[in-house]
Design a protein around this ligand. Structure first.
Ligand code: FMN
Ligand code: SF4
Ligand code: SF4
Length: 285
């Protein structure tokens, strides 16, 4: 395969982006970062892309680990697209640094502002009907750039974000290891297993029919927005609230984390829950 695009996605924005670019390029395979990187080598590729959301002003940890383990042709045209909602932070720089250690240059980097999907903290915003068309338009323009092998300096964090990042985001990054403690499964669950199949981190196992979380969760929201019975909730209980350090002013968002029954959920309108279960797709163009 000449071209490969690796994507990490929770709610489909990054998968949609991978599909648009692959369709434009032709002869392109898109591969979920749910796969095993050691088996997905890009050593024989002419074009290699990475597409991912932004979590806590950087690249999701799962995507970092994936790219670190991936073999890549050092002569390939390598591009990256970050899909933040508002603040990209050091996401692209983080990828560029991983690649640099492998003696690979990031030829093209860009970001596409997308709908914010962190359902356990806020409802989706800006409204999908406004932001999705703008996102689609920008992705088509980027696809043209990539097809032409244009070079573009990747986006970097502003001085302000760089200064604030450690203080503001470090506590949240430290809390990631407890991120799935508060998930609840209601009696509405019909043990269909879809939550497990959409999870990009293989973090959910069905134990006697009940989804059980394995504590390497990215909080990507794929399971939450895919459950056909809306059986997945998020409730920080007493002992976890202490654990999550909710009383600390350093993690103010933890105070409002939860999933009210009437919270609007977002999944990219072009991506179905079944799409989120896929590991790979081929686009012949
Ligand atoms: C855990 C988490 C943390 C996030 N942190 C940020 C952030 O720091 N900056 C930002 O712009 N968007 C942030 N977002 C929003 C996502 O980056 C954005 O909605 C993205 O397009 C989702 O992509 P996906 O649909 O491919 O999962 C965050 C979302 C989640 C779930
Ligand atoms: S997707 Fe929903 S209904 Fe299906 S197993 Fe998971 S929690 Fe239960
Ligand atoms: S358990 Fe749910 S929120 Fe956590 S990584 Fe898997 S799909 Fe995403």
């Amino acid at each position: 395969m000449k071209n490969k695009i690796y994507y990490f996605t929770g709610t489909g924005n990054s998968m949609r982006a991978a599909r648009i670019i692959a369709d434009h390029l032709g002869d392109t395979e898109i591969i979920s970062m749910r796969t095993e990187p050691k088996k997905e080598s890009a050593l024989d590729c002419d074009v290699v892309g990475f597409i991912f959301p932004v979590y806590h002003w950087t690249m999701p940890a799962h995507a970092v680990a994936y790219v670190e383990s991936l073999e890549i042709n050092p002569k390939a045209y390598v591009f990256a697209i970050a899909m933040p909602s508002f603040i990209c932070g050091i996401a692209c720089e983080t990828l560029a640094n991983i690649l640099r250690k492998k003696h690979i240059r990031l030829s093209y980097g860009n970001l596409v502002y997308s709908v914010a999907n962190y359902a356990i903290v806020y409802p989706p915003f800006p409204p999908a009907k406004i932001r999705v068309p703008a996102t689609e338009k920008k992705l088509k323009a980027i696809a043209g750039d990539i097809k032409a092998h244009e070079r573009r300096a990747y986006p970097r964090a502003s001085k302000f974000i760089r200064r604030r990042r450690k203080k503001v985001m470090s506590p949240y990054l430290a809390l990631q290891k407890y991120a799935d403690n508060p998930f609840t499964i209601s009696n509405a669950c019909v043990s269909c297993g879809l939550c497990s199949r959409v999870c990009p981190c293989s973090n959910i196992e069905l134990v006697e029919g009940k989804p059980t979380f394995r504590h390497h969760c990215a909080n990507c929201m794929a399971c939450v927005v895919s459950c056909p019975k809306r059986a997945i909730g998020y409730e920080i209980k007493g002992e976890d609230r202490a654990l999550l350090n909710a009383s600390s002013t350093r993690t103010p968002l933890v105070k409002i984390m939860g999933l009210p029954k009437n919270r609007k959920l977002y999944r990219n309108p072009y991506i179905t829950a079944a799409d989120l279960t896929k590991d790979r797709e081929l686009f012949n163009g």
